[in-house]
Design a protein around this ligand. Structure first.
Ligand SMILES: Cc1cc2nc3c(=O)[nH]c(=O)nc-3n(C[C@H](O)[C@H](O)[C@H](O)COP(=O)(O)O)c2cc1C
Length: 225
């Protein structure tokens, strides 16, 4: 499959058939919308993706907007999913933390390349309780706990040595005792108003099913690809 440019051209008919073998994992996925509950479908898709995408299956794009309305996006790790929503952890004084404080809404996007599926989620965001944050912080590796104290996430740093020095300082401060959670290390939960499932089909004729939260439950709509 010769390709001269950086970005592959739209696949030709021949490329599709050559690629079919490699994509067989995506071609043979059985029932893909096996529930009327989008959380159940999400868990089902996540478990499926995990078998083929072991590295950071829980990585998702998290979009927020800044004070001018300009979108911002970065990858974060999903840490929990329940019928309350989708949660993640970060620094409340980071760029995303400040954006979420000013405009507590977000969009999430998972793309599991190997199985060729995408899930999009949008909705208002709230902060997790201090107890939930404490419980998750306590589970983290000690190095990550120290790092949370040492890093002024998203702020300028003059050189790497400054960070190394701050890490050494906090290691000294917390020598021989548990590392408490910094006040600015927090969790957020996205309460979905919309969850869209997308699965690759040949010739870009993909399947899309969107769930919208309504007063009496989830409304389902199929969309043109
Ligand atoms: C695979 C991956 C996982 C990441 N997970 C997190 C995370 O869970 N929490 C976090 O604060 N940053 C995480 N990051 C770093 C963020 O993408 C980002 O650089 C950082 O949070 C600062 O974003 P901000 O300046 O928009 O606030 C991750 C990056 C990658 C590539």
């Amino acid at each position: 499959m010769a390709d001269d440019g950086l970005i592959p051209k739209t696949p030709s008919e021949a490329q599709y058939s050559a690629a079919k073998e490699a994509y067989s994992v995506a071609e043979d996925q059985g029932e893909v919308f096996a529930s009327d509950d989008p959380y159940e479908i999400f868990v089902d898709w996540f478990q499926f993706a995990k078998r083929f995408e072991p590295n950071d299956t829980n990585a998702m794009s998290v979009a927020t907007v800044d004070s001018t309305g300009l979108p911002n996006v970065r990858i974060l790790l999903l840490k929990d999913v329940s019928d309350r929503g989708f949660s993640f952890y970060s620094n409340s004084e980071s760029t995303k933390g400040l954006e979420l404080a000013a405009n507590p809404q977000a969009a999430l996007c998972f793309h599991w390349k190997t199985v060729r599926r995408q899930v999009r989620i949008r909705g208002p965001v709230s902060e997790l309780s201090a107890e939930e944050c404490d419980a998750y912080f306590a589970e983290r590796a000690r190095g990550s706990q120290i790092g949370a104290w040492a890093s002024f996430q998203s702020r300028p740093i003059e050189n790497r040595e400054l960070l190394d020095q701050r890490i050494a300082d906090y290691e000294e401060i917390y020598r021989d005792r548990d590392v408490p959670r910094p006040d600015n290390w927090k969790g957020w939960i996205v309460h979905p108003q919309e969850i869209e499932f997308w699965i690759n089909r040949p010739y870009r004729l993909h399947e899309r099913l969107v769930f919208e939260q309504e007063a009496d439950g989830w409304k389902q709509t199929y969309l043109y690809p």
